[in-house]
Write a protein that binds this ligand. Structure first.
Ligand SMILES: Cc1ncc(COP(=O)(O)O)c(C=O)c1O
Length: 415
């Protein structure tokens, strides 16, 4: 279905709600500039309706979460059924059967499928928490405090994950409260420093928020070798790229390189805040046996509703139709995007599967608002926000892609 706009964007109700929000929410959270944002009310598949009855096409999958489409009926049903039985449990004290089942399935999806034996899991809520679990695990298992992280890397905004996140605007204000343990290295460069203080190498196999950057062939393999030579642990942050976003179950599978720890979140449940750090069993077993108090846990760990949704989501993704849909969608998206390469201001088209970016010569400025006013939800990435990102739900149709490319092309040429 193509967008249908009933009011000028943002409509009167979105404007009213924006004003209300300005009165009560920290001014740092929701960006508002008069032409942005719209307030969401409902969503199905690729379509999002706002409070003014406008229908938009979502090219963001809402931060990469809704790969299987918004409001997937099987996921909604799994959520309903579970919330009617047990809405909250005691994750690390009196757990549910679902938690064990999800840990086993995540092991099956990662280390077991990669032929590396069992994986063991720590569940958490947001993506950044999974990264922090991985960093703590690496600290314990390697005995070393140093972290290697990469230019334009994004790993979330908690104090621990900021050791990895590169962007100065996020780290700068808190730099004096962060441990100085990070060695930053250019992403994709094969010439790695000699440093035996590093216990964790934290990397996105394909950078997401950093601008849809694919590392050159051999980069991940070089990191693997570097870690093996020095007793450091290789952590792949697949919170954005995981679960078929790049056309394979995980982006690292394009390179055939296996990490020691992998972080997942976002599309794991398709809509409930649940994340996980999965590690090789031997690495995870470096954590001491619990003596009654977990060293790393949280109130909502292994949330039953999140586990039920994640299990259903994995079941859907295991069906051959999902891979077929991603492959079809990826080819369609690539062909359409390559068609934009000659438009005004486009420096590069890059990506993989259902995750693409258009590198533009200048910050798109009003481009995102102009697209919104045409019924298209887009976000920009990259260190300077110059990469227009295309990460739609896998269920997007050819007609919807063609409509969006037409609008993007026209707006670029009119600039
Ligand atoms: C690669 C990567 N890691 C970590 C995160 C942080 O996840 P969350 O926002 O759920 O904490 C993100 C979020 O965009 C991400 O893209």
């Amino acid at each position: 279905m193509l967008p249908e706009l009933k009011t000028v964007i943002p409509g009167p109700r979105s404007q009213f709600l924006g004003e209300q929000l300005r009165g009560y929410e920290s001014q740092n959270v929701t960006y508002q500039d008069g032409s942005w944002p719209v307030f969401w009310e409902e969503a199905r598949g690729v379509n999002v309706w706002d409070v003014d009855g406008n229908r938009f096409l979502d090219f963001t999958s809402a931060f990469g979460v809704a790969g299987l489409g918004h409001g997937n009926e099987e996921l909604v049903e799994a959520m309903r059924a579970q919330s009617g039985k047990l809405l909250h449990g005691m994750g690390d004290v009196h757990p549910t059967a679902l938690k064990g089942e999800l840990c086993a399935r995540l092991s099956g999806w990662t280390f077991e499928r990669w032929g590396e034996g069992k994986g063991k899991v720590v569940l958490s809520n947001s993506g950044f928490e999974a990264v922090e679990t991985a960093l703590k695990t690496a600290r314990i298992a390697s005995g070393k405090a140093g972290v290697m992280a990469f230019s334009s890397g994004y790993h979330g905004l908690g104090y621990g994950s900021l050791l990895g996140t590169d962007l100065e605007k996020f780290r700068g204000p808190f730099g004096d409260q962060l441990a100085e343990v990070t060695r930053r290295v250019p992403y994709g460069v094969l010439d790695l420093p000699n440093d035996d203080t590093i216990g964790a190498v934290l990397v996105e196999p394909i950078q997401g928020r950093g601008g849809k950057v694919i590392a050159p062939v051999g980069f991940l393999a070089a990191l693997r070798e570097w870690c093996d030579e020095r007793g450091a642990l290789l952590i792949f942050d697949e919170i954005y790229t995981g679960f078929y976003r790049t056309g394979r179950a995980f982006a690292c599978e394009w390179d055939g390189v296996v990490p020691d720890l992998i972080c997942v979140g976002k599309a794991l449940s398709g809509g409930f805040p649940i994340s996980a750090c999965v590690g090789r069993a031997a690495v995870m077993d470096e954590w001491p046996l619990s003596e009654g108090e977990a060293l790393h846990t949280s109130t909502f760990l292994g949330h039953p509703v999140g586990c039920a949704m994640a299990l259903k989501s994995l079941e859907i993704m295991e069906r051959p139709e999902t891979l077929a849909m991603v492959e079809r969608g990826g080819e369609m998206l690539e062909a359409a995007l390559r068609g934009l390469a000659n438009h005004e201001g486009v420096l590069e088209v890059r990506g993989r599967g259902m995750m693409w970016g258009l590198e533009l010569g200048e910050v798109p400025g009003s481009l995102l608002s102009d697209l919104l006013a045409r019924g298209l939800l887009f976000l920009a990435d990259g260190p300077e926000g110059k990469v227009l990102s295309f990460t739609p739900p896998f269920v997007i149709s050819e007609e919807e892609v063609a409509f969006a490319m037409g609008a993007v092309g026209e707006l670029l040429d009119a600039r």
